[in-house]
Design a protein around this ligand. Structure first.
Ligand SMILES: *[C@@H]1O[C@H](CO)[C@@H](O)[C@H](O)[C@H]1NC(C)=O
Ligand SMILES: *[C@@H]1O[C@H](CO)[C@@H](O)[C@H](O)[C@H]1NC(C)=O
Ligand SMILES: *[C@@H]1O[C@H](CO)[C@@H](O)[C@H](O)[C@H]1NC(C)=O
Ligand SMILES: *[C@@H]1O[C@H](CO)[C@@H](O)[C@H](O)[C@H]1NC(C)=O
Ligand SMILES: *[C@@H]1O[C@H](CO)[C@@H](O)[C@H](O)[C@H]1NC(C)=O
Ligand SMILES: *[C@@H]1O[C@H](CO)[C@@H](O)[C@H](O)[C@H]1NC(C)=O
Ligand SMILES: *[C@@H]1O[C@H](CO)[C@@H](O)[C@H](O)[C@H]1NC(C)=O
Length: 270
C-alpha cells in the first residue's frame, strides 16, 4: 500500500469544534468511500459522531476489521453532537444491518442484526439500547466463510411524532432476518440517520475479488468542514493507491488516508 502524497493544511477557529467536525467529515467520507453511500443510503449527512465500543475491544474506528468473537456482544453507543445547536432529545431508532461486501445490490434487502425503537440519549452522550422497545435484540455477525468482508452499519435515526413501525416489525423479540432498511425508514416515517459507524467482519478467505472502492478524496473534507463550521477554513489532500486484492487491504486503505490526514493534525479520527 503506497500513499503517494499526503498534504494537510488546516486553520481552525475552535480546536474542539474542528475535532468533532473533522470526525463527522471523516465518517461521511468513509461511508462514501466504502460504497455504503450511495448503495445502502442515498445520502448521509450526519450531525453527530457515533462511538461504538465493544466489550474487550474498545472504541472502534470506521471500517475496522473485527472478528466475530470481538463483536459477539452488543456494543455501548455514545453520541457527540457537531455543535451546541444540535440537541439529541426525543426517541431514536438504533439499527445494525449487514450491507454485505462492497458492490452488493442493496435493493435485495439487508440482514437486520439489531433494531431498537425508543432509544434515548441520556446523561449527555450514552444511548440506552436496553430500554425502549427491543424489536430485534443484538445478534452478532456470522458471515459465511469465503463470502468476503461484510460491512456492518450501525445507525441512529430520529423517530418523529408520527413514527409508526410496520406491523410485521413492531413486536419485541422478532429474530434476526432480512428486511429493507430503506423500506423500513420510509414505512415507519423515520428521519434520516443523524449518526452512524461501520465495521467489517470476514470469515475464511474470500473466493471472489471484491469490487474496487474509490479513493478517499480528502479534499472534499475541507468543503464539508467549511460548511459545518462556517468560520473554519481548511484544505487538505491525500491520495492513496489501493491494493488490487484482499478485503483487509481494502479496509485499511479505506481508513489509511484519513487516519494519516488526521494524524498530521494530531487529531484522533473515530
Ligand atoms: C460524500 O459524497 C457526497 C455526494 O455523494 C458529497 O456531497 C459529500 O461531500 C461527500 N462527503 C465527503 C466527506 O467526502
Ligand atoms: C452545527 O452542525 C450542523 C450539522 O453539522 C450544521 O448544519 C450547523 O450549521 C452547525 N451550526 C453551527 C452554529 O455551527
Ligand atoms: C469517543 O471515542 C473517542 C476515541 O476513543 C474518545 O476520545 C471520545 O472521548 C469518545 N466520546 C464519547 C462521547 O464517548
Ligand atoms: C418516546 O416514546 C415513548 C414510548 O413510545 C412515548 O411515550 C413518548 O411520547 C415518546 N417521546 C417523544 C418525544 O416522541
Ligand atoms: C443517568 O444518570 C443517572 C444518575 O447517575 C442514572 O440513574 C441513569 O440511569 C443514567 N441514565 C443513562 C441513560 O445512563
Ligand atoms: C455510560 O454507559 C457506560 C456503560 O454502561 C457506563 O459505564 C457509564 O457510567 C455511563 N455514563 C453515564 C454518564 O451515564
Ligand atoms: C413487512 O411488510 C412489508 C409490507 O408492509 C414488506 O414490504 C416487508 O418485506 C415485510 N418485512 C418483513 C421483515 O417481513
Amino acid at each position: 500500500m503506497i500513499f503517494s502524497t499526503a498534504v494537510a493544511v488546516l486553520s481552525v477557529a475552535s480546536f474542539v469544534r474542528a475535532g468533532t467536525s473533522l470526525n463527522i467529515a471523516a465518517i461521511e467520507a468513509h461511508f462514501n468511500n466504502s460504497g455504503i453511500v450511495p448503495s445502502l443510503l442515498s445520502t448521509f449527512d450526519p450531525s453527530a459522531t457515533l462511538n461504538v465500543t465493544f466489550p474487550g475491544v474498545g472504541t472502534i474506528s470506521p471500517g475496522q476489521a473485527l472478528t466475530k468473537d470481538q463483536v459477539a456482544s452488543a456494543p455501548q453507543l455514545t453520541v457527540t453532537p457537531a455543535n451546541s445547536s444540535i440537541t439529541l432529545s426525543g426517541n431514536y431508532t438504533v439499527t445494525m444491518v449487514d450491507a454485505d461486501v462492497v458492490g452488493t445490490d442493496e435493493s435485495k434487502g439487508q440482514t437486520r442484526h439489531w433494531l431498537v425503537n425508543g432509544a434515548q440519549v441520556g446523561n449527555g452522550s450514552n444511548i440506552t439500547t436496553t430500554s425502549g422497545t427491543v424489536i430485534t435484540a443484538y445478534a452478532g455477525p456470522g458471515p459465511a466463510s469465503g463470502s468476503g468482508a461484510h460491512r456492518y452499519v450501525i445507525l441512529l435515526l430520529p423517530q418523529p411524532a408520527n413514527f409508526s413501525p410496520p406491523s410485521n416489525l413492531s413486536s419485541p423479540n422478532t429474530p434476526l432476518g432480512v428486511f429493507s432498511l430503506n423500506g423500513y425508514i420510509s414505512d415507519s416515517h423515520l428521519g434520516q440517520p443523524v449518526a452512524g459507524m461501520y465495521f467489517t467482519v470476514e470469515e475464511g478467505t474470500a473466493t471472489a475479488t471484491p469490487s474496487a472502492t474509490s479513493p478517499v478524496n480528502t479534499a472534499s473534507l475541507s468543503s464539508v468542514l467549511a460548511r459545518q463550521t462556517g468560520s473554519t477554513s481548511a484544505s487538505a489532500s491525500a491520495t492513496g493507491t489501493p491494493s488490487k486484492s484482499g478485503s483487509s487491504a481494502i479496509s485499511s486503505f479505506i481508513s489509511g488516508p484519513i487516519t494519516l490526514f488526521a494524524s498530521l493534525l494530531g487529531l484522533l479520527v473515530l
